[in-house]
Write a protein that binds this ligand. Structure first.
Ligand SMILES: Cc1cc2nc3c(=O)[nH]c(=O)nc-3n(C[C@H](O)[C@H](O)[C@H](O)COP(=O)(O)O)c2cc1C
Length: 177
Protein backbone atom coordinates (compact mmCIF):
# COMPACT_ATOMS: atom_id res chain seq x y z
CA UNK A 1 0.00 0.00 0.00
CA UNK A 2 1.42 3.42 -0.94
CA UNK A 3 2.16 6.20 1.51
CA UNK A 4 -0.37 9.05 1.63
CA UNK A 5 0.27 12.78 2.02
CA UNK A 6 -0.32 14.24 5.47
CA UNK A 7 -0.28 17.76 6.92
CA UNK A 8 2.72 18.64 9.09
CA UNK A 9 0.22 19.33 11.91
CA UNK A 10 -1.47 15.91 11.80
CA UNK A 11 0.67 14.33 14.53
CA UNK A 12 1.55 17.34 16.73
CA UNK A 13 0.66 15.83 20.15
CA UNK A 14 2.00 12.41 19.21
CA UNK A 15 5.26 13.93 17.93
CA UNK A 16 5.84 15.68 21.27
CA UNK A 17 5.35 12.32 23.00
CA UNK A 18 7.59 10.31 20.64
CA UNK A 19 10.39 12.87 20.88
CA UNK A 20 10.32 12.86 24.67
CA UNK A 21 10.21 9.07 25.06
CA UNK A 22 11.71 6.55 22.58
CA UNK A 23 12.77 9.11 19.98
CA UNK A 24 12.41 9.11 16.19
CA UNK A 25 14.87 8.40 13.38
CA UNK A 26 16.72 11.11 11.49
CA UNK A 27 18.35 10.00 8.24
CA UNK A 28 21.06 11.91 6.39
CA UNK A 29 23.20 10.81 3.47
CA UNK A 30 26.47 12.53 2.62
CA UNK A 31 28.74 12.50 -0.38
CA UNK A 32 29.73 8.84 0.08
CA UNK A 33 26.14 7.87 -0.76
CA UNK A 34 25.70 5.81 2.44
CA UNK A 35 22.54 6.60 4.39
CA UNK A 36 22.83 6.79 8.18
CA UNK A 37 20.06 6.76 10.80
CA UNK A 38 20.35 8.43 14.18
CA UNK A 39 17.78 8.55 16.99
CA UNK A 40 16.76 12.07 18.00
CA UNK A 41 14.78 13.34 20.94
CA UNK A 42 15.55 17.03 20.90
CA UNK A 43 13.47 18.64 18.23
CA UNK A 44 10.18 20.29 17.48
CA UNK A 45 7.73 20.99 14.67
CA UNK A 46 6.36 24.44 13.93
CA UNK A 47 5.66 27.26 11.49
CA UNK A 48 8.62 29.62 10.92
CA UNK A 49 9.41 32.05 8.09
CA UNK A 50 6.07 31.18 6.51
CA UNK A 51 7.07 27.53 6.21
CA UNK A 52 6.39 24.28 8.05
CA UNK A 53 9.61 23.53 9.93
CA UNK A 54 11.26 20.60 11.72
CA UNK A 55 13.91 21.92 14.10
CA UNK A 56 16.52 19.42 15.33
CA UNK A 57 19.56 19.70 17.63
CA UNK A 58 22.63 17.68 16.64
CA UNK A 59 25.92 17.52 18.52
CA UNK A 60 29.11 17.97 16.42
CA UNK A 61 30.42 14.63 17.74
CA UNK A 62 27.69 12.74 15.84
CA UNK A 63 28.50 11.19 12.47
CA UNK A 64 25.13 12.61 11.40
CA UNK A 65 26.43 16.16 11.87
CA UNK A 66 28.91 15.88 9.00
CA UNK A 67 26.32 14.15 6.83
CA UNK A 68 23.73 16.94 7.26
CA UNK A 69 26.47 19.48 6.53
CA UNK A 70 27.22 17.69 3.26
CA UNK A 71 23.65 16.92 2.22
CA UNK A 72 21.91 20.12 3.33
CA UNK A 73 18.85 18.00 4.07
CA UNK A 74 17.55 15.15 6.23
CA UNK A 75 14.47 13.03 6.73
CA UNK A 76 12.62 12.38 9.96
CA UNK A 77 11.01 8.96 10.27
CA UNK A 78 8.64 7.65 12.92
CA UNK A 79 9.30 4.00 13.75
CA UNK A 80 6.47 1.53 14.32
CA UNK A 81 6.29 -0.49 17.54
CA UNK A 82 8.10 -3.35 15.80
CA UNK A 83 11.22 -1.21 15.32
CA UNK A 84 11.71 -0.16 18.93
CA UNK A 85 15.01 -2.04 19.09
CA UNK A 86 16.33 -0.12 16.09
CA UNK A 87 15.66 3.13 17.94
CA UNK A 88 17.94 2.05 20.74
CA UNK A 89 20.61 0.77 18.33
CA UNK A 90 20.59 3.92 16.21
CA UNK A 91 20.72 6.01 19.39
CA UNK A 92 23.82 4.36 20.84
CA UNK A 93 25.89 3.11 17.87
CA UNK A 94 27.66 5.47 15.47
CA UNK A 95 27.46 5.25 11.71
CA UNK A 96 31.18 5.94 11.69
CA UNK A 97 31.88 2.30 12.54
CA UNK A 98 28.60 0.58 11.62
CA UNK A 99 26.22 0.30 8.67
CA UNK A 100 23.09 0.77 10.76
CA UNK A 101 20.71 0.25 7.83
CA UNK A 102 22.20 -3.15 7.02
CA UNK A 103 22.64 -4.29 10.61
CA UNK A 104 19.05 -3.35 11.54
CA UNK A 105 17.46 -4.58 8.30
CA UNK A 106 16.33 -1.08 7.35
CA UNK A 107 15.64 -0.23 3.70
CA UNK A 108 16.52 3.21 2.32
CA UNK A 109 13.98 4.51 -0.20
CA UNK A 110 14.55 7.60 -2.35
CA UNK A 111 12.82 10.69 -1.03
CA UNK A 112 10.39 12.59 -3.24
CA UNK A 113 12.07 16.01 -3.03
CA UNK A 114 15.45 15.83 -1.27
CA UNK A 115 18.65 13.78 -1.47
CA UNK A 116 18.60 11.98 1.89
CA UNK A 117 16.36 8.88 1.79
CA UNK A 118 13.53 7.75 4.05
CA UNK A 119 13.31 4.42 5.91
CA UNK A 120 10.77 2.17 4.22
CA UNK A 121 9.83 0.30 7.43
CA UNK A 122 8.92 3.53 9.24
CA UNK A 123 5.33 4.75 9.09
CA UNK A 124 5.45 8.57 9.07
CA UNK A 125 8.00 10.61 7.12
CA UNK A 126 9.03 14.27 6.87
CA UNK A 127 11.46 15.38 4.16
CA UNK A 128 13.38 18.41 5.42
CA UNK A 129 15.58 20.91 3.57
CA UNK A 130 17.96 22.92 5.76
CA UNK A 131 17.08 26.62 5.40
CA UNK A 132 18.95 27.87 8.50
CA UNK A 133 21.47 26.51 10.96
CA UNK A 134 23.03 28.03 14.04
CA UNK A 135 25.06 26.87 17.03
CA UNK A 136 23.66 27.26 20.52
CA UNK A 137 25.23 30.22 22.29
CA UNK A 138 27.32 28.65 25.06
CA UNK A 139 27.51 31.81 27.17
CA UNK A 140 23.78 32.53 27.04
CA UNK A 141 22.65 29.39 28.91
CA UNK A 142 21.49 29.21 32.49
CA UNK A 143 24.53 27.61 34.21
CA UNK A 144 22.50 24.58 35.30
CA UNK A 145 21.85 23.67 31.66
CA UNK A 146 25.51 23.98 30.67
CA UNK A 147 26.62 21.90 33.66
CA UNK A 148 24.04 19.18 33.04
CA UNK A 149 24.11 18.87 29.27
CA UNK A 150 27.48 20.18 28.10
CA UNK A 151 30.24 18.83 30.38
CA UNK A 152 32.35 18.16 27.26
CA UNK A 153 31.53 21.40 25.41
CA UNK A 154 29.80 19.35 22.68
CA UNK A 155 27.41 22.21 21.92
CA UNK A 156 24.52 21.40 19.60
CA UNK A 157 24.02 22.80 16.15
CA UNK A 158 20.37 23.68 15.55
CA UNK A 159 19.11 22.83 12.07
CA UNK A 160 15.91 24.36 10.77
CA UNK A 161 14.56 21.96 8.15
CA UNK A 162 11.71 23.16 5.96
CA UNK A 163 9.26 20.27 5.66
CA UNK A 164 8.98 19.99 1.87
CA UNK A 165 7.04 16.70 1.92
CA UNK A 166 5.19 14.75 4.63
CA UNK A 167 3.49 11.39 4.19
CA UNK A 168 2.55 8.27 6.11
CA UNK A 169 1.34 4.70 5.82
CA UNK A 170 -2.48 4.73 5.66
CA UNK A 171 -2.52 2.38 8.68
CA UNK A 172 0.20 4.26 10.62
CA UNK A 173 -1.91 4.65 13.75
CA UNK A 174 -2.43 0.88 14.06
CA UNK A 175 1.30 0.18 13.68
CA UNK A 176 2.11 2.78 16.34
CA UNK A 177 -0.50 1.75 18.91
C1 LIG B 1 16.17 8.53 22.73
C2 LIG B 1 17.43 9.19 22.20
C3 LIG B 1 17.38 10.51 21.76
C4 LIG B 1 18.55 11.13 21.26
N1 LIG B 1 18.47 12.44 20.82
C5 LIG B 1 19.56 13.05 20.30
C6 LIG B 1 19.45 14.39 19.79
O1 LIG B 1 18.38 15.01 19.76
N2 LIG B 1 20.59 14.98 19.31
C7 LIG B 1 21.80 14.33 19.31
O2 LIG B 1 22.81 14.92 18.86
N3 LIG B 1 21.92 13.04 19.77
C8 LIG B 1 20.83 12.40 20.25
N4 LIG B 1 20.91 11.11 20.69
C9 LIG B 1 22.20 10.39 20.63
C10 LIG B 1 22.50 9.84 19.24
O3 LIG B 1 21.38 9.19 18.67
C11 LIG B 1 23.67 8.82 19.31
O4 LIG B 1 24.83 9.48 19.80
C12 LIG B 1 23.96 8.15 17.98
O5 LIG B 1 24.75 6.99 18.23
C13 LIG B 1 24.65 9.05 16.98
O6 LIG B 1 24.77 8.36 15.77
P1 LIG B 1 25.74 8.81 14.58
O7 LIG B 1 27.14 8.95 15.15
O8 LIG B 1 25.64 7.68 13.58
O9 LIG B 1 25.21 10.11 14.05
C14 LIG B 1 19.77 10.44 21.20
C15 LIG B 1 19.81 9.09 21.64
C16 LIG B 1 18.67 8.48 22.13
C17 LIG B 1 18.73 7.03 22.58
Amino acid sequence: MGKVDISYTDYFPEMARWLSTDGILLVAQGKDGKPNAMTIGWGTVGWIWGKPMFVVLVRPSRHTYGLIEEAGDFTVNVAPRALREALEFCGTISGRDHDKFREQGLTPVASRKISSPIIQQCVIHYECKVVQKTDVNAVAFLPEITETYYPKDDFHRIYFGEIVAAYADPDASEKLA
